[in-house]
Design a protein around this ligand. Structure first.
Ligand code: ADP
Length: 412
């Protein structure tokens, strides 16, 4: 069986697949790690339960997951030996990892070396890997990086116009995020359109709490909105998105804020929350906007305007697009946001059918109006499945030997 582990900054999510990936046998989350109100959810099929579970750190959370998987009452594992491979989501692979890799001691060291890029995530990812190596000693571990898909973004799009030597000496460049989601969704979109991905130019809009717009040309990421840290691009739930860096100097030098305060503002108090003053949750914002809350109306306008503008920029960068793909919590569920984004961009070939748009969840994923030049799709993301696919691909007999020759081996 294949176990997929996703250690977030304060949670551990897991999914257990059959070896052929045909079925998810169990899934769960250990949430709010380090907080008194921590809890654990464990599902077998649709049956599941949520209980209070206070965990001090990701080591404890791993133990909670193991208990749930091995529980005689609702577990699905007879013994740890039944796990044949483990796939891990790793947030940041720096400029080192171009694809998914089998984990060995060198890879762990490289993950430590990249940890300063994602200080809330990479250390948690490393704990997940180390615990898995201990718990399943015979089984290989595979690391799948959020950044790897964007390693194809060319220098003209990943370089900032800072002094070149400064950038290259310190790894300052655009890295991008949500790469595993964008890869999965773009491949699925090509399958749905029944066209080779190599022949398609598309923009993927991953609209969740975090937001990435990704320009994908021939299956390769060629530009993406998130950059060096995780707040650039479009406004997100609590993150600011792009703004003039001169504002940071102003806040520090003129208003006397500390850098920690500015960081807190940029990452946790901005975006939809900062604009609306109400919430980072799009559902709440849409409801309040409908009832006449002008700050929420403004938040919706800023959010959808920035996305429209970026779609236009990426269409220009690729000389036009064949497909526009919506995914993640907002992209998959909000017909209103999709409609606002797609309004009046018919000149790009993007036109959606209001009826198909309203019924997209569980309905036809292709919501384009008849005759539209661009196919607009709604594709549910599934990062865990993408990680599982890479895990199976890299743990097939013979692949380990290839990796020894090339530690940067890409999964494809
Ligand atoms: P993440 O994985 O980045 O935490 P998700 O992909 O789960 O985020 O997306 C969370 C966002 O999706 C929230 O802003 C939430 O309000 C929004 N969302 C979920 N369902 C809907 C819906 N039906 N309409 C509008 N927004 C929705």
């Amino acid at each position: 069986m294949i176990l997929i582990i996703n250690c977030g900054s304060s949670s551990l999510k897991y999914q257990l697949y059959t070896p052929d990936l045909a079925k998810v046998l169990a899934s769960g989350i250990v949430a709010k790690i380090g907080e008194p109100e921590g809890y654990a959810e464990h599902f077998v099929g649709r049956r599941g339960e949520r209980r209070h579970s206070e965990t001090a750190n990701h080591h404890d959370a791993f133990g909670v997951m193991m208990e749930a998987l091995l529980s005689p009452e609702y577990g699905v594992l007879e013994c740890p030996g039944a796990i044949t491979a483990i796939g891990h989501r790793v947030v940041h692979g720096g400029a080192i990892f171009f694809g998914s890799v089998l984990v060995d001691d060198c890879v762990i060291q490289a993950l430590h070396d990249c940890a300063h890029f994602a200080p809330l995530h990479n250390p948690a990812n490393i704990v997940g890997i180390e615990e898995a190596r201990r718990a399943f000693p015979g089984a290989p571990n595979v690391a799948v990086f959020d950044t790897a898909f964007h390693q194809t973004v060319p220098p003209k799009a990943h370089l900032y116009a800072l002094p070149f030597e400064l950038s290259t000496a310190h790894g300052i460049r655009r890295y991008g995020f949500h790469g595993t989601s964008c890869r999965y969704v773009s491949q699925t979109a090509a399958e749905l359109l029944n066209r080779p991905i190599e022949a398609l130019s598309m923009v993927v809009c991953h609209l969740g709490n975090g937001v990435t717009l990704d320009a994908i040309d021939g299956g390769k990421s060629v530009d993406t909105t998130i950059g060096f840290g995780t707040f650039s691009g479009v406004a997100m739930g609590t993150r600011a998105g792009d703004f003039d860096p001169a504002i940071i100097f102003h806040l520090v030098k003129e208003l006397g804020m500390s850098l920690d305060q500015v960081e807190e503002i940029c990452y946790r108090k901005s975006g939809l929350l900062g604009l609306s003053g109400l919430s980072n949750d799009m559902r709440e914002i849409c409801t309040a906007a409908e009832k006449g809350n002008t700050r929420c109306q403004l938040a919706l306008e800023v959010f959808t305007y920035q996305i429209r503008k970026t779609i236009g920029a990426y269409a220009a960068a690729m000389g036009g697009i064949d497909a526009l793909v919506f995914t993640a919590g907002i992209g998959e569920n909000s017909a209103e946001i999709r409609a606002r984004i797609c309004a009046d961009i018919g000149f790009l070939g993007i036109e959606i059918d209001p009826r198909l748009n309203a019924a997209a969840r569980g309905g036809d994923p292709n919501i384009s109006a008849a005759g539209a030049r661009v196919a607009t799709l709604v594709v549910p993301t599934d990062e865990e499945r993408m990680i599982a696919i890479d895990t199976v691909a890299l743990t097939r007999p013979g692949v380990a030997a290839m990796q020894e020759e090339s530690p940067r081996l890409a999964a494809e």
